[in-house]
Design a protein around this ligand. Structure first.
Ligand code: PEP
Ligand code: MG
Length: 576
């Protein structure tokens, strides 16, 4: 078995801890004829009882680790486990048909699941179906002697190892105990990687074979700076990494000294340095890292965290909390961007061959105007609590922007007519993440207030390289002259119309890209909160005029990404 793996460094930092395997358990079984029905029923009852005490413990742990609301799902599981009707059905099935407990349990549970799931417009019943499925898996696990992993029960320091983590799996990880994670698949800009950076936990994605290489309880070193994983390392390697971790935290302490300073280049040019958030809770990191604003609030997580569409009031409260929390500093709220790797079970989107090229973001919003208008109203109402900027994602042509903007204007007029206060200085912009919009930035610039470049998507669409696929992750090339040329056109076009351009894709916090972006005249940089201070510290050492020349050279003289990297490295070496 390998004891060293290389993956994609997705979130800075070093962690050393035990493995917690978060993989799908194998719950396969055979249908068997059983003569001793009483014995089989006893086995069933015992598994139900064990499952019940286990769920009670999980419930308590989840309440402490994640809060009372998150824990309530387990009350529903306990109700299923105590439901006499379901249990009687399973018992009679064992007796009448002389079948094993596993078969009887799954047959009866699936019958109930099918029944509840068929009540399509009853979300309550849909949830009950999900509860029964969870409970059935837990009891089956006990009957088969297979462990069912559950991240909300983690109560010691671990490194989570999984094939992949969905954004909602990642949201459930408790930072206190989860010291990092390593996955088989994923790229640097997959949303679980982005969330690791906002949780400020080290992570490696796309390691290809970590789940095959470790077992529960193995000790691993996770080096999120360079993408190395060591499994059951020897004392020498451990000592080396303890030292590297110490040096990294000293460097972080150095960066933290810049928390309250302004972001200025060596020649005194001010640059707006903002942070990206997914929920109002992330403001803690934004403030702790001294960001000057929120450059991207990914509102889809509000939808993903809830069992049904969040109401206008629920959304209003979330937006208001962020605006108030930022205390007058600018907050760019992006309207919902569901699709791609961000699913919304209750929206029931059709399975697509190419979800990133499919029904996503503004395309859904324009097709579901009621849902979109609810979000727009909540945003407009919140605007009086701070400095709101609204941004539409995945805009590919001006018609989409015009339609979205018209809906916003209509909702604003309706609210004003009803006597509701709305700020009159809300800037409305778009994300530039589709090459078609980047190419026509000079036309868009006449109609929008600002651009924010979403390089995570812009690069995947320009290079035709799926951001989730580690096989093609080498084509995620932020410094490719083609990408730099597109970015330059976007920035120049906005400036020609007296507008500004920000960047909220991961490239904004990339330390090789920062000098080039400063040189291209990017006005606002928005990144994971954990990258803010190191970027401020780098910018302070850069001369904006020299960076202009550097960017010019990168675009006009370099032909490959390697040449651009060499150019930046050469410049950086002179800084030190
Ligand atoms: C982007 O595409 O760069 C971006 C910031 O949006 P998301 O990562 O949410 O797609
Ligand atoms: Mg995007």
């Amino acid at each position: 078995m390998k004891n060293h793996l290389k993956g994609i460094a997705a979130s800075d930092g070093i962690a050393i801890a035990k493995v917690y395997l978060l993989t799908e358990p194998d719950l396969s079984f055979e249908k068997r004829k059983v003569v001793d029905s009483e014995g089989e029923i006893a086995r069933l009852l015992e598994s139900f009882e064990t499952a019940k005490s286990e769920v009670r413990v999980i419930r308590e742990k989840a309440a402490t680790a994640l809060g009372e609301e998150e824990a309530q799902v387990f009350d529903a599981h306990l109700m299923v486990l105590s439901d006499p009707e379901m249990l009687e059905n399973i018992k009679s099935n064992i007796k009448d048909n002389q079948v094993n407990a596993e078969f009887s349990l799954s047959e009866v549970a699936n019958m109930f699941i099918g029944l509840f799931e068929s009540m399509e417009d009853n979300p309550y019943m849909q949830e009950r179906a999900a509860d029964i499925r969870d409970v059935m898996e837990r009891v089956l696990g006990h009957l088969l002697g297979v462990k069912i992993p559950n991240p909300s029960t983690i109560d010691e320091e671990v490194i989570v190892v999984a094939k992949d983590l969905t954004p909602s799996d990642t949201a459930q990880l408790n930072r206190k105990f989860v010291k990092g994670f390593v996955t088989d698949i994923g790229g640097r800009t997959s949303h679980s990687a982005i969330m690791a950076r906002s949780l400020e936990i080290p992570a490696i994605v796309g390691s290809k074979e970590i789940t095959q290489s470790v077992k529960d309880g193995d000790i691993v070193i996770l080096d999120g700076l360079d993408g190395d994983v060591y499994i059951n390392p020897d004392e020498k390697t451990l000592a080396e990494y303890r030292q590297k971790a110490k040096e990294f935290s000293e460097l972080q302490a150095e960066w933290h000294k810049m928390k309250n300073s302004e972001t200025v280049t060596a020649d005194g040019k001010h640059i707006e340095l903002a942070a990206n958030i997914g929920t109002p809770k992330d403001l803690e990191g934004v403030i702790a890292n001294g960001a000057e604003g929120v450059g991207l609030y990914r509102t889809e997580f509000l939808y993903m965290d809830s069992a049904d569409f969040p109401t206008e009031d629920e959304q209003f409260e979330a937006y208001k909390a962020v605006l108030e929390g930022m205390d007058g500093k600018p907050v760019v709220v992006r309207t919902m961007d569901i699709g791609g790797d961000k699913e919304l079970p209750y929206l029931e989107l059709p399975k697509e061959m190419n979800p990133f090229l499919g029904y996503r973001a503004i395309r859904i919003c324009l097709a579901e105007p009621e849902m979109f208008r609810t979000q727009l109203r909540a945003l407009l109402r919140s605007s009086v609590y701070g400095k709101l900027r609204i941004m539409f994602p995945m805009i590919s042509n001006l018609n989409e922007f015009r339609q979205a903007k018209a809906m916003l204007d209509e909702e604003k007029a309706n609210l004003l007519a009803d006597g509701v206060e709305v700020a009159d200085d809300i800037q409305v912009g778009i994300m530039i993440e589709i090459p078609a919009a980047a190419v026509l930035a000079h036309q868009f610039a006449k109609e929008v207030d600002f651009f924010s470049i979403g390089t995570n998507d812009l690069i995947q669409y320009t290079m035709a390289a799926d951001r989730m696929n580690q096989q093609v992750s080498y084509l995620y090339q932020p410094y490719n002259p083609s990408i730099l040329t597109l970015i330059k056109h976007v920035i120049d076009s906005s400036h020609a119309e007296g507008k500004w351009t920000g960047m909220c894709g991961e490239m904004a916090g990339d330390q090789t890209a920062v000098p080039l972006l400063v040189g291209l005249g990017l006005d606002e940089f928005s990144m994971s909160a954990s990258s803010v201070l190191k970027t401020r510290s780098l910018m302070k050492r850069l001369d904006s005029k020299e960076m202009e020349a550097l960017a010019d050279k990168a675009i006009n003289e370099c032909t490959t990404v390697e040449e651009v990297i060499a150019l930046v490295e050469e410049m950086k070496a002179k800084l030190d």
